[in-house]
Design a protein. Structure first.
Length: 244
């Protein structure tokens, strides 16, 4: 627990330093899903900035069965929040395209609309948008580029799932939020069901390089290599030689 206390304290200091350099009077705007990542990020920002400077945005796509988890989090932290149902925006895009979206496009469209919504709230409230991705999910590509993978600052991007959970417990978050299993929101399956290995196995592999199951290792390595582009800056043409 001491390790997680230090991680929490260091992260709170880092958030304060970010806002000192990138918006001393700005608010933190964060999408609240009710999962561990948005819960821990919001709680860290409350400790760093005070609850008056943290704005939660709940963004169900139509009816969200687990919206109560997001509502529990904003009540627990006592933060200002807005609920923006994105269903009309999602359907507006789908209904106005002259072709049928691919299966992956259908999955990625809502997160990208949610990020556009967060930036609309942020620009209207002198804000900076928090990215809530963690290292484990990023490692295997479980984020949407320019969706939940976007943001202005990222407190959890170098922390594994187990480390995020440890910080959540130090922060005194409800256990139901810390242990809430992430799911794809479509099939009812958890991330771990879809991945074929647990985050505990993945986290240990990331931190130690050790893994017992060769099939899991092969799948993790394949997913990591295929999704590295999501973690890199946009490639830019450098015209320096041609302009000399």
């Amino acid at each position: 627990m001491e390790k997680y206390q230090k991680l929490k304290d260091d992260c709170v200091k880092w958030i304060r330093a970010f806002f000192e350099e990138n918006g001393r009077d700005c608010n933190c705007v964060i999408g609240i899903s009710g999962g561990k990542d948005s819960s821990v990020t919001a709680a860290l920002c409350v400790q760093a900035l005070g609850r008056d400077r943290v704005i939660g945005v709940l963004m169900p796509d139509g009816v969200q069965p687990d919206i109560s988890s997001a509502e529990l989090l904003v009540r627990h932290l006592g933060i200002r929040h807005y609920t923006v149902n994105i269903r009309d925006a999602v359907m507006g895009v789908k209904n106005n395209l002259p072709f049928e979206l691919s299966a992956q496009s259908i999955i990625n469209l809502p997160p990208r609309i949610r990020m556009a919504t967060l930036y609309a709230v942020s620009q209207s409230h002198n804000g900076r948008v928090a990215n809530t991705c963690n290292l484990s999910e990023d490692w295997v590509g479980y984020s949407t580029r320019y969706g939940d993978g976007a943001g202005d600052f990222s407190p959890l991007a170098r922390l594994t799932v187990q480390e995020v959970k440890g910080i959540g417990r130090v922060l005194g978050l409800p256990e139901s939020l810390v242990e809430k299993a992430p799911s794809d929101g479509l099939t009812g399956k958890t991330d771990e069901d879809n991945l074929g290995f647990t985050y505990e196995v993945l986290d240990n592999y990331i931190r130690t390089g050790e893994i017992e199951d060769p099939e899991a290792k092969e799948r993790i390595d394949s997913l990591h290599e295929a999704n590295l582009f999501k973690l890199q800056s946009i490639p830019c043409f450098e015209p320096s030689e041609a302009l000399k």
